[in-house]
Design a binder for this molecule. Sequence first.
Ligand SMILES: [Zn+2]
Ligand SMILES: [Zn+2]
Length: 179
Amino acid sequence: MRLSVPAPEDFGVEMVGVPEGAAIELDLRLEAVLEGVLVTGTATVPLEGECARCLDPIASSFEADFQELFVYPDTRSGGNAEDDELRLEDDLIDLEPVLRDAVLLALPLSPLCRDDCPGLCAECGARLADDPDHHHDVVDPRWAALQDLAGEPSPEPPEGGRGDSGPRGSVDQQGKQEG
Ligand SMILES: [Zn+2]
Ligand SMILES: [Zn+2]
């Protein structure tokens, strides 16, 4: 049995989710069992989100399998009944909580626009996918010279690149006095 239902609101996780009202395609199999109806199915849901690395919009689709037993309202399932047992109400089943569990648990927490997405430049936020050769020189020599003129070490010297600057500042003042 196939049907299509509109996605409820808030159907997603932080980075990715199903747009509200988008069509969720369900492929369902219902089996009557002793206690109720066993629902086995596959949900195909459209996804929209942002790449966790480069923040590009992602549009894809996603399949989630689920299986859930809906018990008849008048069934007493004995001592081992679970509190969150799903029940048939007026011969209807409410698939939304089942779908929500199945889809949300299976959603990628860090979706990527593509598996090898290079992400963004940590320095300036440029998209590395657009500019594979993008890089920053660690210290531009001209800026290094200006830093020396300022007479103060920069608060966070970049790693490497200034190994031989040597001691600066107080060059033996006393030796220069003429007498
Ligand atoms: Zn990306
Ligand atoms: Zn950059």
